[in-house]
Design a protein around this ligand. Structure first.
Ligand code: C2O
Length: 537
């Protein structure tokens, strides 16, 4: 195992896309930022120095950070932000994980431009357990969004005016919208391939607010991994990927040499999909001239729920002796959280009210001190651990009138979880204002997606239908619109771990909470001491 050092300089840079130039926050002046490239077992040191006029923190999305929440990154959850002029070194080990993950800013909406890939190669000499030939080459495909206006303005609109913010102006592939947009010919990602070879694409959805379809004209994709966990391989014309998720696919360059579009566009449960933001990149066979017009892909239509559900059902853990799915069969703690929306009075907001989003009718209020520090140093008054295990009342979640769960209150309430206990969490969507599935991300853990369905979760019948053999294991799961998802995990990683919707708009509205996982009895089962340079508030 090696020690890998990275220097991340947070700096503002002028970038132009879609004929608009604007200053954006970057790492090392790059958009997207640099890839962290490591091997399973390596230690990583990333020194982040903040030269920008914004507070900063970086999250290593999907890395478990065993006992080491200090390196996890969400602002006011595991650390105070890195202030202008200051530095912090994120120090962590990459153990027991290999595959594609990513990093992003975890404060305000700065992840709009501050993000990049994390590639964890298997240990030296360990081949990928893939059905096709070992990939000849690999490429990172990072999907994102671009706004022509300043992202801060978009945030203000979303958080204060009680209105959904302007949606972005384009989706992007590796920071580039592609040739379907004005002034974008030069902002097109091109992947050159050789006829007859197999490629591994590491696809990441770094978009702020959109679940995306991704496909390549004329080529099928073989899914082999999601969220850095191997899956049973299956072949598909398109993948569905929610913000926060990663998907590895194999692509065989087995078609007539030509230029083929790769495209990403949103999945929305709306009757008339609006689609003017499709990002395009080009898969180009070696020797084919740039003048050839690329072939267009057939992606599922933007409201193709049938495709979406079918796709999710195909995802299963590889579950071999080498990569077993250790699904908890017995549950110590049952949690049931409803996803709701409401309005709250807000004297400083434009209409005197603002949108809030809630779990069990609690909209999460960010504290002024980091929760992990408050937990570790036993600082009183920062948070309570009385988050309810179920909603205050049960009602017809997906059929109820709009008023049924508007009684939200804002508070910093967390749930305390016993060390090494097994937890089942059912996330239940409610029929309020939602046209999107909610991608929920749990920090510090992977979990198994044991069940999902449309309508109300039925505790009497649904658990009998769970997949407890080879459910997909991941760190972010999309709870379907008007439906539910059940996840299970073993709480073996002590610390304070954020749980939130990875649609930035919803996170901003309060669709989040955190688990306080208690220390275990053993000497090596407690939260490690904080590093000396941990930022203070
Ligand atoms: Cu990818 Cu809490 O985030």
């Amino acid at each position: 195992a090696a020690i890998k050092n990275y220097q991340f300089d947070i700096q503002v840079k002028n970038v132009s896309r879609l004929c608009h130039a604007k200053p954006i926050v970057t790492v090392n002046g790059r958009f997207p930022g640099p890839t962290i490239y490591v091997r399973e077992g390596d230690s990583v040191l990333v020194n982040v120095t903040n030269h920008a006029q914004y507070n900063m923190s970086i999250h290593w999305h999907g890395l478990k950070q065993y006992r080491n929440g200090w390196a996890d990154g969400p602002a006011y959850v595991t650390q105070c932000p890195i202030q202008t002029g200051n530095s912090y070194t994120y120090a962590f080990n990459v153990t027991g994980q290999r595959g594609t993950l990513w990093w992003h800013a975890h404060i305000l909406w700065l992840r709009a431009t501050v993000y990049g890939a994390i590639v964890i190669m298997p240990k030296q000499g360990t081949p990928f357990p893939f059905p096709l030939p070992q990939p000849y080459r690999e490429a990172e495909i990072v999907l994102g969004e671009w706004w022509n206006v300043d992202v801060e303005e978009v945030v203000k609109q979303g958080n204060n005016m009680g209105l959904p913010p302007n949606s972005s102006d384009a989706h992007t592939i590796n920071g580039k919208p592609g040739p379907l947009f004005p002034c974008s010919e030069k902002h097109t990602y091109v992947l050159e391939v050789e006829q007859g070879k197999t490629y591994l694409l590491r696809i990441i959805n770094a978009a702020l607010n959109d679940v995306l379809f991704f496909g390549i004209a004329g080529h099928s994709l073989t899914v082999v991994e999601v969220d850095a966990v191997y899956t049973k391989p299956f072949t598909t014309q398109a993948i569905l990927i929610a913000p926060g998720q990663t998907t590895n696919v194999l692509v065989q360059a087995n078609q007539v040499p030509n230029r083929y579009f790769m495209a990403a566009r949103p999945f929305m449960d709306v009757p008339i999909p609006i689609d003017n933001k499709t990002a395009a990149a080009i898969l180009q066979y070696r020797g084919v001239p740039n003048s050839v017009l690329p072939i267009r892909p057939q992606l599922p239509s933007s409201n193709d729920t049938t495709f979406a559900l079918g796709y999710e059902n195909k995802l299963k853990s590889l579950n071999t002796p080498k990569f077993p799915a250790n699904v908890p069969l017995k549950v110590d703690r049952h949690l049931f959280y409803t996803i709701g929306f409401g309005k709250e009075s807000c004297p400083s907001c434009l209409n005197g009210t603002r949108f809030v989003a809630s779990l069990n009718n609690i909209s999460f209020e960010m504290p002024q001190v980091a929760l992990l520090q408050a937990h570790y140093f036993n600082i009183k008054g920062v948070f309570k651990t009385d988050f309810p295990d179920k909603p205050p009342t049960s009602f017809n979640y997906t059929g109820a009138p709009l008023t049924a769960n508007l009684g939200t209150s804002s508070a910093t309430r967390l749930s305390k979880i016993a060390f090494n206990s097994t937890v089942e969490l059912v996330l239940q969507d409610t029929n309020l204002l939602t046209v999107e599935s909610h991608p929920f991300h749990l920090h510090g853990y992977n979990f198994f997606v044991v069940g999902t369905g449309i309508g109300n979760f039925d505790p009497a019948t649904d658990p009998a239908k769970y997949n407890l053999v080879d459910p997909v294991e991941r760190n972010t799961v999309a709870v379907p619109t008007g439906g539910w998802t059940a996840i299970r995990f073993r709480a073996d990683n002590p610390g304070v771990w954020f749980l939130h919707c990875h649609l930035e708009l919803h996170t901003g509205w309060g669709l989040k909470t955190a688990f306080v996982v208690e220390d275990g009895p053993g000497a090596s089962q407690s939260v490690l001491p904080p590093p000396k340079d941990l930022p203070q508030c």
